[in-house]
Design a protein around this ligand. Sequence first.
Ligand code: UDP
Ligand code: MG
Length: 336
Amino acid sequence: MYRPQLSVVIPCYNEAATLPLLHQRVSAAVRAVVGDDHEIVLVNDGSRDDSWAIMQRLSAADPRVVAINLSRNHGHQLALTAGLDLCAGEQILILDADLQDPPELLADMRETMKREGADVVYAVRRRREGETLFKKATASAFYRVLDRVTDTAIPLDTGDFRLMTRRALDAFLSLPEQARFIRGMVAWVGFRQVPFPYDRAERHAGETNYPLSKMLRLAFDAVTGFSTAPLRFASHASVALAGASLLLLVYIAWGYFEGSPVQGWTSTMLVVTVLSAAQMFVLGMIGEYLGRLYIESKRRPLYLVADIAGPVRGHASLGYQADQPREPAEPATARP
Ligand code: UDP
Ligand code: MG
């Protein structure tokens, strides 16, 4: 199988306004480093705008663009998985389509990879431009909570922007789960991983596709995917509650012998509501894990491909199902 030196993998959802500039900047940055020996894998994640039409045009004009059209919106992490599954490069650069991650950093990231002998160079956000205080605060809190509850060391303030070697990517692709928190899964894979600090730019056009609901789902995928600590909450809480009941018992007995027995509707109701809330929380946690177990047990493909424009060189290992020719392996033009 033909392996270009570099694959750039970019999931896109409603990014029509950015795609032409994205292609221009990525192509220029990549050419400056590896010349023609690369591919740019664009994944259309069921966009409702013209993204797919533009991708087809880009792919017709540039034989190094592979455009993959998923059958519907599968979500960022699965769209990215599709691109990673179908790319073929020796090195793989993951980018966001909105140009928040400057493709021009590729040269420095490759430099770092070589110097450190690393398999993964992950970009760490030093500053984030043009994002709301709320987004920055929740993201920051999220990474710190995650760090506390998980056993895998998942780097703080890191997105999916990273450069990987083929060996790290193949290891990543051997993880079959549906609920995918990719930055955590890559961390889990191991090998030598080094940080690369950068300033995150503003979105080029449009607005974020990660509203609070999607961020919460990603957060739950992250916690449940990498930790069972929430399941242990019930046992910890039970110990604390047993201690509290003992104190209460002493207090009631003391009141009884003093001749002023404890009474009151308020305190009873308070105890009932607080404990009900705690029980519901525990049930909810069990539900989160059970639901994911159920989804995993169905073993559905991770994504479905509707169309491909351009030569797919990779061998899909995870979810690729459509009846597409996989083998036109040679590049459209001669390579060095
Ligand atoms: N994205 C996607 N599918 C989705 C949502 C987002 O492929 O359902 C892509 C989007 O086009 C972008 C990347 O995922 O390339 C990150 O999304 P976004 O910029 O909206 O997230 P943010 O940077 O605000 O966290
Ligand atoms: Mg973005």
